[in-house]
Structure formats: structure tokens, C-alpha cells
Design a protein around this ligand. Sequence first.
Ligand code: GFP
Length: 831
Amino acid sequence: EPPTGSVQPVTENIERFISSPTTVESFKSEFCRQLRYEQGVDLVDARTEDLYQALARTVRSAMVDGWIATQASHRAAKAKTVAYLSAEFLMGPQLENALLSTALTEVARTALAELELDLDELTAYETEPGLGNGGLGRLAACFIDSLAAKSIPAIGYGIRYEYGIFRQTFVDGRQVEQPDRWLVKGSPWELAQPENSVTVNFGGHTEQYTDETGAPRTRWVPAEQVLAVPYNYMVPGFETRNVNTLRLWSAKATDAFDLQIFNSGDYESAVRRQTVAENISKVLYPEDSTPQGKELRLKQQYFFVAASLRDYLDTVLRDDDLSTLPERVVFQLNDTHPVIGVPELMRILLDERGLGWDEAWDITRRTFNYTCHTLLPEALEVWSVDLLGRLLPRHLEIIYRINEDFLGLVRETYPGDELRVRRMSIIQERPERAVRMAFLATVGSTKVNGVAALHSQLLADKVLDDFSALWPEKFTNVTNGVTPRRFMRLSNPGLSGLLDEAIGTGWTNDLAQLAKLEPFADDASFRAEFRAVKQANKERFVRLLAQRDGIELPADALYDVMVKRLHEYKRQMLKLLHVVTLYDRVLKGEVKASDLQPRVVVFGAKAAPGYKMAKEIIHLINRVAAVVNNAPELEGRLRIAFPANYNVTLAERLIPAADLSEQISLAGKEASGTGNMKFALNGALTIGTDDGANVEIRQLVGDENFFLFGMDEPAVQALEDRGYNPTSYYEVDAGLRGAIDLISSGLFSDGDRTAFEFVISDLLYKDRFMVLADYRSYVDTQDRVEVAYRDEDAWTRSAILNVARTGFFTSDRSIQDYLDRIWHAPAKPIA
Ligand code: GFP
């Protein structure tokens, strides 16, 4: 046992002894100190890696004072905190963003230059943490940026996965996953606080007993314990001193290993417990096709939620009275992954704090809110009662009781409607008894929101219709947004400079000001400058791709970009059929290559490792690319680039270079999309269906500045009701037939006609996402795009209007909507 005792803290102002590295001199000195005294490296021997580490740590030190002051001030003010619970935070690279927020970019540049070092070279060295899959995790990252920028007391809670989303490579055109070892060299951005570790329990059983007052009580006697160690990331706000916290949990065994077993020579057994415990935070989305994989995922969810609740109550709040909890914190459930937090808070209030059921339930329901991010039924999580009961026996009891009370209410409201009772039950009976987490979230929350207007409407009308009928006031919408700091100011310096000159610099944290750009659309010299910026961005991207992937591309072409997770509903296949159609037309002599608008089609997409169809589509895209890119008939006018391992770093370079943004999901399937917003804000025109936030983008930019195609949601529904027969489209449409036949001909597979049968027969006979039904409308609209792009002036005008009219899509506005409609947590800027 280490000695304990209290040391009297220094009462004087600490700033008498130390100061933050905010001037060129102090920055230089802190940089050298980090390198020499913290890393033990001499400047003359330092490698890029060492220099990057020292730089990152220096910038981190510059944020610490604000971070400490923010926490102290929020605690003193008993400020209401937004606790954003999310299994993913896809942060992207940190350095530039931290420099921007602390306003230290120029200080750092000068300080480094005086040491004969180059800031940009060190910035380029950074590897991003891939702690998310796509839109969901990136949204969480944008939200904590906006919360900080608006000086809202907020904590992001998640998991510090040792391996993030896999690193994608292509071998013979097929996706091969490599582990993402982002922590191998350590992360200079985190501050571990092992002293604030908390214990998380699993398994065991429950017991009834009577307490001192004679009241019947329940306690959980767990069988297994894991330690959750917090790692803090500072989240600096743009133009505010506030620095919020992102707290990510790492799993450790409580007793790292058994010394007695170790000394007996059985080394493997001695560390087994450690391995089992640490597996919990090992990887993002472990494969869950096996029972062990499923168990691990549920463990991850409970692990981070239990640790976060415990941390908030004991370390942040430090208040014995939990009756006012809803005034002190709001737990926002980002999708269903953290929903086990609802019964966990109930357990704490009932079993640990001794509250009665009704009071505990009232507090819990007023503390949680739930954001849903999907419309696909298979994406709504369920956990088998068997597994849940084994891992979290007390929570299952609580869930049963919540359900009993809830179904009582349903019966009271709809007497005799047992069908409805069964539909609404939190417990599903078939195909296996399982807990419907989205239902539990809905019952256990004050507000439920979708992430775009159409999505929220479909959520209330279709996915959770029984619930919205029962509680109409519970349902609301908050349309997603993206942070303009990262996705404009940092990623598009050319456009930012142009905007600063035209409308001033205020847009960065008040994006509605982009409206002031509107008149510039009619200014020919501004249009020329805008075009020059776009061209320069293409050249910058071309250089990056040559360096990063060895892909050589022309910069002078229409940049047609589709980047997002690979999923059938997002319809990368539709984009590919268009490309094959263009090729087929030239092969058939219907179009001369010299008449084609030079076009570079860029794909970026990872497929979930167990998702066979998505992987086949990746393979097909790569095989088509290999042929098209070398086809002499095309005279280089059509190129496909599919750089492997699309991530935030690449997005930041690619999006500013795009002319055309592909948002072509089947209507009624994409909840919102956020890439669509990033493209529009960077002056790309959208070709899109009436889906997700595309609807709102089109309404804002105007029909004449948006390429709408395809069926809308009611038309999709009607076709589904009539019975959809994809083959009938193949039979009547010669263009479609041409494209599909070309793929089946073996042209892209060295003559092997069966190579893509899996994909093609699915399209012809199943086509769940109606690619064939929307093909004609899509290809015709692409033909219009080609014509429109040739009118440089009109195109640029539309592009400028896209920027001017999409300020609505800043995540600052989303956060304001959450505050007004759901959170009601006032800003607390620190002095
Ligand atoms: C999911 C949804 C998207 C939505 C984001 C953020 O992202 O429609 O924009 O969450 O709300 F599907 P992905 O996993 O599809 O990237």
C-alpha cells in the first residue's frame, strides 16, 4: 500500500511559476523542453516522429490552462452538462485543429522556423485515430467541436479502442483489412488519469435482502470486474477559452496478473485474466457473427456507459443529492449503443442510492434523450435475453420491470389491443427473446430525435409509429451539421481566404453569414477567383494522390466524387453502372471519346469485413477501373480513382476539389448524410435523390442548383407495394442492358463471365435498393450534368450559390437546435 496523507496545496496563483506556451519564445522553449526532457531526444538527432510528438505535446500544454479552468468554473457554477455518450468519435487529425482553436498557428510556424523546422511537414506526419466507422462517429466529433465553440459545458464519453477502424488495402482489387495500430507510438494528445479509474462489473446474480429500515432491496453480486481507465482528450473551442473534455475508456484487469500463478511458472494462466479484460477495448466493432463476438460487443457497450455514468456522478458532479440530476446533466444516447445506460442509472438510483422505483424512473427518464441514426430495420440493435441476463442480470430484471409498467400504460391507453401491446413490447418474442434497444431508448428518454427532416418524419410515421402515436410530443428533429472549422477553414484555405475577403471572417463561427456571398455569384471576377481556387484544390489533391497512392490523375476534369461507407443502400453500384454506360457508349460508337466531358470519378469506401456483397462491389469497382483507365478507346477522358483507406485526412483534401457530389441512396434509406453537406459548403453541386438531408439541401440551394433524380420515398413505397421486378427494367432499357451485359461479358474479369455473378444476379433478381429502377433517371441526369458543366459561368454561379445558401448545415446550428429543443443547457464561457 502506498502511503496516504494529504499534502497542503500551494495557495498562490500557479501562473507565478509556469506559463502556457503562447508566444514564439515560450513555444520554442516548451517544444525543446518536451523533446529533451520528456522524450529524451536531442534536437540534432530528432526524427520527424520525435518532432511531431514534441510539437503535439507543446500544443497540448497550451490547452491545459483553459481545460483546468473550464472544469473548475463549471463545477463551481454547478453548470448543467451535456454528456454525449457515443461508441464512436471519428476525430480526424488533431494538430491543425488545436492550433486553429488556440490561435497559435502563426506562433507555431514562426517558432519552428526559428528552429529551422517546417510546420506543414510536421503536420503531414500525423496519423489520425480511426475510432469510428463513418457518419455516426464523425458527427459526434463535429458535435463536441461545436459544443466547445459555443462554450457549452460538455463531455464526450466513448471507448479508447486500441485498434480503430481497419486500414484498408487492395490486393488484386479485393479489400484486405490490416490492423490500425494507431497507438503504437503513443498518442501525444491524450492525458491518462489512472487515478480516476473506475470498476465495471459483469455477470453473477442478484440477491434480495432487507435493509436497516426493514425495506426489501435487491443487490447485484457480480462475478467479474474490469477496470476502466480514463484517457482525456482536450476539446478546444474556436474563439473561446473554454476547453471541454472527451473522455475515452480503456479496459484493464483489476489485478493485472496473479503473482502466485506466475511464480509457479504458469505464465500463460497468469496473464489470461488480463487478456480477457483488455479485449473489451481492443477493437472497434469486433466481428459479431459468433456468440463470443456478440458478447464482446455488449460488454463494450456496458463497459463504457457504466464507467461514464460512474465518472459523471462521482468525479464530475460529486453531489450526494441526485434528485436534481436532470437539472445537472443530460445523457445523450448517440444511437442505441449506449442504451444500457438507462437500466444502469436505474440500478444506481435503486440499489445504491436507495430511491423508490417511481422517483428513480422519473429522474432517469428526464436525464436521457435518444438520437436515432437509421431507417434500416436490421440496424436497430436487439440483445438476446439469454446473453443480457448472463452478463447483466440486474439490468435484465430492471428492463422487465420497465417493460411491465410500460405495457400497463399501453393497455390502459388502448384497451383490448393486444396486437399493439405485442408490437410495442421492449421484449421481442421471435425469432428469439430479445431486448429491442431502440424501444428501451424511446421509453427511457424525454426526447427522441431523427437527424434530418425526412428521417424524423419517417421515424415517427414508420419505424416508431406506435410510440409517436402514444407520445407525439416526445418526437422531434435535429438536422445534422458539420463543423466549418475543420471542413472549410482548415481543409479549404483557398476558399476561406476568398470568403474572408468577400464577406469578412465572421462566418467561421456564424455560418449563416455565408448568405452575404449571394450577390458575388453574379460578379464575373469573383467567379474567376472561385474557379481558380477549385482548380488549385484539384491540383493539390492530384499531388497528394500521386504521393499517397501512386495514382496519377489529370487535374483538368470534372471531379465526380462518391465517398462513404460501402453499403448497398447507398448504391455505389448505381454510380458504377453509370461509368460502365459511358464506356459502353464509346465502345458501341454511340458517342465519340473526344465528345466526352473529361471526368475523374473518385470512390472512397470501406466495406464491413463480414459484408460479402459490399466486398464484391469493391472488387468490381477496382476491376472496372483497371480496364477503363487503360482503355485506348477512351483517350484518357474517363478515369476512375479508388484510393484505398479513405479517412478523414483524405476527405479534407478531396472534398474541396470536388465538382459533383454523389448522394444517390434509395429514397427513404439514408437517415441524413453529412458528406452531402461538406461538399455543398465547399462548392460542389449535388446529384442526389430526395433522401435524408439532400431534401433540405435542395430546398435551400434551389432546384436549378441541384441535380435531382429518381423516385421519392412515397414512389419507392408504392413500387414496393406493387411488387418490384428489377428484370423488367433490364429488359426494356437498352443502355442498362448494355452496362450489365458488359460486366457479365467478362471484359472486366479477364474473360471470366461468372466473376461478378454474385453482384449481377442479385441486381437482376432481387435488387433490394432498386438500383435498376432509378438507373434511367440517374443516367439522364448525369447527361444533363455534362452539358451544364460545359457552361463554366453558369456552373460556377451555381457552385457559389451552393456555398452561400448552405450555412444552415453548420453543426453549430445543430447544437443550438439540440439546446433549444432537448438539452436546455446554458453556455458558460470562462473568463
Ligand atoms: C449514419 C447514417 C447517416 C447519418 C449519420 C449521422 O451514418 O445517414 O448522416 O449516421 O447521423 F446512416 P453512416 O454510418 O451511414 O455513415
